[in-house]
Design a protein around this ligand. Sequence first.
Ligand SMILES: NC(=O)c1ccc[n+]([C@@H]2O[C@H](COP(=O)([O-])OP(=O)(O)OC[C@H]3O[C@@H](n4cnc5c(N)ncnc54)[C@H](O)[C@@H]3O)[C@@H](O)[C@H]2O)c1
Ligand SMILES: O=C(O)C(=O)C[C@]1(C(=O)O)C=C[C@@H](O)C=C1
Length: 295
Amino acid sequence: MTMPLFGTLCVIGPGLIGSSVLRRLRAHLGLVDRLVVADRDPAVLERIRELDLGDIVTDDMQKAVENADCVMLCVPVGAIASVAAGILPHMKPGAILTDVGSTRRSVVEALTPHLRDDIAYVPAHPMAGTEHSGPDAGFATLFEDRWCLLTPSGDAPQEAIDRIADFWRAMGARIRIMDTDHHDTICAMVSHLPHLIAFTICGTADTLAEDMRAEVLDFAASGFRDFTRIAASDPTMWRDIFLNNSDALLSVLDRFSQDAAAMAEAIRKGDEKTIVETISRGRRIRRSLIENRQA
Ligand SMILES: NC(=O)c1ccc[n+]([C@@H]2O[C@H](COP(=O)([O-])OP(=O)(O)OC[C@H]3O[C@@H](n4cnc5c(N)ncnc54)[C@H](O)[C@@H]3O)[C@@H](O)[C@H]2O)c1
Ligand SMILES: O=C(O)C(=O)C[C@]1(C(=O)O)C=C[C@@H](O)C=C1
């Protein structure tokens, strides 16, 4: 790995993910020479200054990117293409544009018309996070042992792909390169559908409580608590994810609904074999996640 990976790195949107990257870079000196940090929210910038996570901290996106060797967009997926459109004309020739967005197809389609021939675009999605957001939520070890999914287009130069892969390895992540649609289907299944179910089940429990005029959530013990941790996540981020990965999400939701209906049918009929098989399969899968260090 050539050091530094980037002379100047510009991070736009230093929330949970962006500030975790910045913290890691502050903890492992030498990966980049200079950190420029930009956001549209003055309170976020103030916090980044207090935490000393940037060498230059600004709300001027165009100035922020002009000397950067790499610009990393860490804003919600619904804002990635418009922020990219605003900064691309001001980036220096030969620089790399990357982002950490949770969805790919619609973001790439909206962003591609703004790309320049002399800027490589290498999207990278770290499969790591928490239900918290903002600059105070980040931590330097967030990406350790987690997958980072790179989805470069066929036009992206290999050198830029290698550079972004090296960057995420330095964040502690394991790298997998995959196709855009493949990415969206996988993430719909393992990330977007669980969030949809978690948000919805909290509402279902709350409505039941209203209907029964009784406390329901007061008695939510660890099953409900563990299952719904992710329902505390940020509404803007998740609105954008659901709307930007709607086809893949609706398709896996449909599969899940069929499987849930099959389980309901087994319970209705008293079909013990199907019930036990479904539970045992779930248990096996959950245990294998722990063995793969992803849980
Ligand atoms: N939270 C997770 O678990 C997670 C994991 C992997 C990837 N991601 C992706 O990473 C990105 C950031 O997520 P996060 O959880 O760090 O979000 P966050 O809410 O913690 O931070 C987002 C930051 O972007 C800024 N921002 C929003 N719109 C902007 C705009 N138009 N111009 C400039 N700044 C703007 C906000 O002020 C905020 O500081 C999203 O695309 C998300 O899908 C999130
Ligand atoms: O662990 C959590 O709280 C997360 O929501 C992290 C999580 C996920 O669903 O796995 C959320 C969105 C991402 O794009 C990647 C990771």
